[in-house]
Design a protein around this ligand. Structure first.
Ligand code: HEM
Ligand code: HEM
Length: 179
């Protein structure tokens, strides 16, 4: 079903905007920015939360308030929003972050992030947009993937996150915010 951003705005205003804001900037700590994220990806995540394939104490409290029919509208609302530049908190690691993002680490078997998420972090219908994402949120997701606690991508990201050193993870999260 094709979502209608205007209907989505009304639904999001009920509760989502408290954390993800009206413009999708998600100013709360460790909370994902949704502005400009791909609608197909957003729909999948909301369905995964609903079905318990992706678990989060916070989102678990709110996703139940959305009906199946409302999901595509909310996704269309956030997907249509203009992307906002991310916030880099440690520019000193951007060089390492760029190397990991663009080349991966052949020595330890880390694939290039750009191969799936795009050179500019723009993502595709299948792979989430990462550009400008909140540093704390990215770090938390990499931790959940590495620990096998987020598996709603059938473990694909676990094989990536598990091979990364702490320094590489911190650096790539900063680089992603800079895109
Ligand atoms: C994650 C949508 C309400 C905090 C997400 C994601 C989506 C979403 C699609 C995943 C994004 C991604 O994978 O990049 C919504 C919608 C809401 C809502 C449609 C309204 C029904 C809230 C509220 C809060 C919140 C009210 C804060 C109290 C978070 C947090 C995460 C998240 C912390 C990351 C959770 C995790 O680690 O899995 N939300 N959200 N959201 N949202 Fe919401
Ligand atoms: C999800 C980072 C490499 C495929 C994610 C997320 C992050 C991330 C932070 C969660 C996004 C969100 O919650 O909004 C990275 C980094 C990489 C990398 C830093 C390089 C070190 C790759 C590669 C592939 C890939 C090489 C493809 C082979 C995916 C998929 C998802 C994902 C399929 C989740 C989609 C879903 O839940 O439906 N990645 N990624 N990633 N990534 Fe990556």
């Amino acid at each position: 079903t094709k979502g209608d951003p205007e209907i989505g705005a009304g639904i999001a205003a009920r509760v989502c905007v408290a954390c993800h804001a009206e413009d999708g900037t998600s100013p709360m700590p460790n909370t994902p920015r949704l502005a400009s994220q791909h609608a197909t990806y957003l729909v999948k995540q909301m369905k995964d939360y609903r079905a318990g394939r992706r678990t989060s104490e916070v989102m678990g409290n709110y996703i139940g308030g959305l009906s199946e029919e409302e999901i595509p509208h909310v996704a269309a609302y956030y997907a249509a929003q203009e992307a906002i530049p991310g916030v880099v908190t440690d520019p000193s690691v951007l060089k390492l972050g760029r190397r990991v993002y663009v080349d991966g680490n052949p020595g330890s078997g880390i694939p290039a992030c750009s191969g799936c998420h795009g050179d500019e972090g723009e993502g595709t219908r299948r792979f989430p947009r990462l550009a400008g994402q909140d540093v704390g949120y990215t770090l938390e997701q990499m931790r959940l993937y590495a620990a096998g606690e987020r598996t709603n991508d059938r473990g694909l990201m676990q094989t990536v996150a598990d091979r990364m050193s702490e320094a590489e993870t911190l650096a790539v999260a900063q680089y992603i915010a800079s895109l």
